[in-house]
Every structure is written in C-alpha cells, then in structure tokens.
Design a protein around this ligand. Structure first.
Ligand SMILES: Nc1nc2c(ncn2[C@@H]2O[C@H](COP(=O)(O)OP(=O)(O)OP(=O)(O)O)[C@@H](O)[C@H]2O)c(=O)[nH]1
Ligand SMILES: [Mg+2]
Length: 338
C-alpha cells in the first residue's frame, strides 16, 4: 500500500551566522577602523503545495528537514552569505498541524501555496555597526540567533467535490469506474478498496467534477473499527456525499434504510461537518431488482431525501444520478454566494 496520507516530520531552520569583530590593517594606516561583517541569515524551511506529488510517502523515509545556516561574517567588511531556504514540496490538500498541540497551522489547498514552517535565524551584527564618534574601535559583534524548529503533523486530505460513502461492497468503486476514467479495484468481497481513489467525472465539456471513493465504512468506524475513520478525512473537503446502499436481495436479512441511518450516525459522531453535508441516497445494483415497484417503495421510505436507483451493469439511473449531483453542486454554490 503506497498511499500515505499522514506523516510526522521535524523541520529545523538554519541559524544566523555570527557577526565578526575585525579591524582594517593597511600598511600606512596604523589604527584602521572596524571591518567585521554581519553574519548571514539562516535559511527557512518552507512547505509548498505541488501537483507533482500525490501522497506523503516521502515523509515516511525522511523525517528531519534542515535548512542551511547563515555563514559567519568575516573581516574586510565581508558579510556572511545567507543560508538557502529549504523548500519542501507537499501534495496539494496537505493540512499542517503542530505535532505537540495539534493546532492547525496551514492548509495548503492551492498549487504553489506556501507555508513558512520554521523561520531562519537572523545574522549577528559585525563590529562595523558599532563604531561611534567616541568609540572608533569597537570590539562588539553579535552572535546569530538560532533558527526556529518545530515538529509537524501532516495530513493529506483529498480535494474532491463529491464523496462516496457506503458499507463495504456497496458498489462505490464500481460506480466511480463507470462515471469516470478511474480504474479502482473492484471485487465481490468487503474492503476491496484499501486506499482512496479519485476520478474526474465529465458530464460534458462544461460540467466536470471530482469524485472520491474511499474504503467502506462499518458500524463503529469512528471508534476505529474496520478501516475506521482513517479515510473519512478524505471526505472532509467534499461538498456533497453520495450515500450508496445495495438493493437488498430477497432472503437477505438487510434493511437499507437502517443501514443508511447507521452510517449517518457514524458520520455525525466523527465529524459534525461531514454529518451535515448534503447527501443523495443512491440505491445500487438495481439490475437485481425484479420489480420497479419495489424501488418506488424505497424511494418513499427515504423521502424527503433525494433518492436515485442505479445499476452499474445496465447503467440504468447513472445519467439521472450525474444530473442530480450537478444540480446539487450548483445549488450549493448559489448558497455560498449569498
Ligand atoms: N449486479 C451488480 N453488481 C454490482 C453492481 N455494482 C457493483 N457490483 C458488484 O458488487 C461488488 C462490490 O463492488 P465494489 O465496487 O468493489 O464495492 P465497494 O463499495 O467499492 O466495496 P469496498 O471497496 O469493499 O468498500 C463487486 O462484485 C461488483 O461487481 C451493480 O450495479 N450490479
Ligand atoms: Mg471499493
């Protein structure tokens, strides 16, 4: 499994270089003035959102990141060179937290967005700064200050408009595979999906959105059961959830309505915002339903929620679903403009 969405790293900025105490020594000037230059500033450690990396895997192997220190000042008025900033690329969608306090420090959601995680120290003044009319030969120079250092917790939260939610085997990955070019793993056993998948859904040239498929959830997910809430964070940035529930085959002891209620409770416990997200109920695998009247009964039962019945096998309902999703996303935009 090479999708890594959490990591802890330590970043250490460079210290500033020390200022220098030195004097001019020219052949015919017996008492030259001060000539000690300033130390250079230390390099900072900067995180930058980059489209070139998609997981936090690199941070599992390298955990300490140090920027260069500033050079010390030197005689003959030479200033120390500044340390080079260390720029660390992180995936777009990386949230940055203080490891100790868990305070969120930054959320890098746009390409090129940066966060200065540790500021470099400042260089100390050399003695050329301390000459006054009464003291032409100052010996004072200052040390550079230390660079900041901090332990960070990084969390990658995928950027998707629409999230798929449902019990294992509900048909989430299958749905993603028929509406987008994504090729997630699909199989008839629970927990097929172990890592989140993203797919770009293109209804037509103007109407495009991103859909996220995450591993199935089970009762107790918020307490860490199953694959737990580990992947739920990838739904945090979505604006609309599709709650998938399988059409109940005859003789199967399952109640789709109860299943939906149960996962909704899980969601609300885990994250208030997730629980409050607008949702469309999607009944899957309706090619297995012998009578369309039965679907109408389910529609009634879920009312007033938007209810759409689909089959990935016959594609029945898939167009209707995409139209409903688009409408849902547009309505949301209208709301936020107010
Ligand atoms: N008959 C029928 N089978 C379907 C349909 N959609 C999915 N399936 C089957 O249901 C099984 C589970 O599908 P997945 O897409 O892997 O389910 P999932 O929700 O992603 O499951 P997890 O990743 O384990 O949570 C697979 O065997 C699919 O072929 C459908 O519309 N009709
Ligand atoms: Mg799956």
């Amino acid at each position: 499994m090479n999708f890594v969405d959490e990591a802890n790293i330590e970043v250490i900025a460079g210290s500033g270089g020390n200022g220098c105490t030195a004097f001019r020594r020219a052949k015919y000037i017996p008492k030259g003035g001060p000539s000690g230059g300033d130390g250079g500033a230390g390099g900072s450690v900067i995180l930058e959102a980059s489209p070139r990396i998609s997981t936090l895997l690199d941070f599992k192997y390298k955990r300490i990141y140090k920027a260069e220190r500033g050079e010390h000042g030197m005689g003959r008025d030479c200033y120390g060179k500044g340390g080079v900033d260390l720029i660390i690329p992180v995936p777009i969608g990386t949230a940055v937290y203080d490891f100790e306090t868990r305070e969120q420090l930054a959320d890098l959601v746009n390409e090129g967005e940066t966060y200065v995680a540790a500021r470099g120290g400042t260089g100390g003044f050399g003695n050329i700064h301390y000459a006054t009319s009464s003291n032409q030969a100052p010996t004072r120079s200052d040390p550079g200050t230390a660079g900041e250092e901090i332990k960070l917790h990084l969390e990658l939260k995928l950027l998707a408009d629409v999230g798929l939610l449902g019990l294992p085997n509900a048909g989430k990955s299958t749905l993603l595979s028929i509406v987008s070019a994504a090729k997630p793993k699909i199989a008839d056993y629970p927990f097929t999906t172990l890592i989140p998948n993203l797919g770009v859904v293109r209804i037509d040239d103007e109407r495009v959105f991103v859909m996220a498929d995450i591993p199935g959830l089970v009762e107790g997910a918020h307490e860490g059961k199953g694959l737990g809430h580990r992947f739920l964070k990838h739904l945090e940035r979505t604006r609309l959830l599709l709650h998938l529930v399988e059409y109940p085959l005859e003789g199967m002891e399952r109640d789709p309505y109860e299943e939906v209620q149960m996962l909704s409770r899980e969601l609300s416990v885990f994250h208030e915002r997730l629980g409050a997200l607008p949702r469309i109920i999607v009944m899957t695998k309706i090619d297995l339903c012998p009578d369309r009247k039965l679907l109408e009964e389910w529609r009634e039962k879920f009312s007033p929620a938007t209810f759409i019945a689909v089959s990935a096998v016959t594609r029945e309902g898939s167009e209707e679903l995409l139209e409903a999703v688009w409408k849902g996303l547009c309505n949301l935009e209208g709301d936020s403009d107010d």
